[in-house]
Design a protein around this ligand. Structure first.
Ligand code: PLP
Length: 366
């Protein structure tokens, strides 16, 4: 196949020379576990979240799980979550022994519908866990007042939304804590990795204990903890990626702008007022046979993704649970219709045009 016709993947994670050199530098130093690189990564990432305390861990899921543990969420408690998300969002709630209660999403943002959140609150509710899905911030300006009215904690799942903002305020800074993932396909990565951002110094200290066997000083264990530390090798890669994040975010936005102006056969993603979207995914709605459209695009050399074909409340571990209360019509509709197009930073103008031509030429789209 000639280069021009190589298939375009749905995502293209970057492991460039800078990342490789950073990893080799740390490996050669012989000091590979959590150390100075992790500390520097935390300090540098703090700039993305308005100077909040940052605690690095080994994944986004660990970040969510540790946060809920650190906030004292546990058995008997309910946490309001969207069902239209990656399973990690609800897994974290179950892992601490609490019950995820599923609320519906808004049609436009694909994020939690504040009215549905308010309706889901019971006497057992202790927290709300909004997800900034695809890089679009959830309606935090409406969700925070609900939390305040009921005295609930808020943990933001910002795993797809590094540096997204709402009315100029970065995601991860609205609630008690914000959780980020550095999985390879995310807007930036550290191979695997995660970060908690919080304005609460006590919570930050508890998280530091929880990630390291309950110790700050070696063998002076204060509480029961796990080992969810990030390595210095991963942190060095994360630091290199963080330096490139502003440029990559600009590129994702430019690609999205091109698609907004060019795509005619599908519904492009609306952006709410005051929203600074970071386009982890560029997700359109197909009002027809979505899977046939994906197949047709694949044949035309355009990779796509469906995030997520099955809402969490219909996955086996959750479907018969007490947190499934009534219908989630917008969640179901999104699961049937969504299709994410390639939007990764290194797409070329020729690739963007090929994607647009292919999408606009799709026959099965209604
Ligand atoms: C990726 C992701 C997670 C989990 O992050 P990992 O680093 O893969 O553990 C959690 N929530 C959402 C919405 C995600 O996209």
């Amino acid at each position: 196949m000639s280069g021009a016709f190589e298939p375009i993947p749905a995502a293209r994670p970057v492991i460039g020379e800078r990342e490789i050199e950073a990893a080799v530098r740390v490996l050669r130093s012989g000091m590979v576990v959590q150390g100075p690189e992790v500390a520097a990564f935390e300090e540098e990432f703090s700039e993305v979240v308005g100077g909040r305390h940052c605690v690095a861990v080994n994944s986004g899921t660990s970040a969510l799980y540790l946060c809920l543990l650190g906030l004292g969420v546990g058995p008997g408690d309910e946490v309001v979550v969207p069902s239209f998300s990656f399973a990690a969002t609800a897994n974290a709630v179950r892992l601490v022994g609490a019950e995820p209660v599923f609320a519906d999403i808004e049609a436009d943002s694909f994020c939690l519908d504040p009215a549905a959140v308010a309706a889901a609150v019971t006497a057992r509710t202790v927290a709300i866990l909004p997800v900034h899905l695809y890089g679009h911030p959830a309606a935090m300006d409406q969700i925070m007042p609900i939390a305040q009215r009921h005295g609930l904690a808020v943990v933001e799942d910002a795993c797809q939304a590094h540096a997204a903002a709402l009315h100029g305020r970065p995601v991860g800074t609205f609630g008690d804590a914000g959780c980020f993932s550095f999985y390879p396909t995310k807007n930036m990565h550290s191979l695997e990795g995660g970060m908690v951002a919080t304005g609460d110094a006590d919570l930050a200290r508890r998280l530091r204990l929880l990630r390291n066997q309950g110790m700050e000083q070696r063998y002076a264990n204060e509480i029961v903890g796990a080992n969810v530390r990030l390595t210095d090798v991963a942190a060095a890669i994360g630091r290199e990626q963080l330096r490139q994040l502003p440029q990559w975010t600009r590129q994702r936005r430019a690609h999205a702008k091109f698609f907004d102006a060019t795509l005619t056969a599908v519904a492009t993603p609306p952006v709410a007022d005051g929203v600074s979207h970071v386009y982890h995914q560029y997700t359109v709605r197909v009002d027809g046979d979505r899977d046939a459209v994906a197949q047709e695009l694949r044949e035309r050399g355009v990779g796509t993704g469906v995030y997520y074909p099955t809402p969490i409340h219909r996955l086996r571990p959750f479907r018969d649970s007490p947190g499934v209360r009534g219908e989630l019509p917008e969640t179901e509709r999104a699961a049937r219709q969504v299709l994410s197009l390639p939007v990764f930073p290194s797409l070329t103008q020729a690739e963007l045009e090929r994607i647009a031509v292919a999408v606009n030429a799709v026959r099965v789209a209604a």
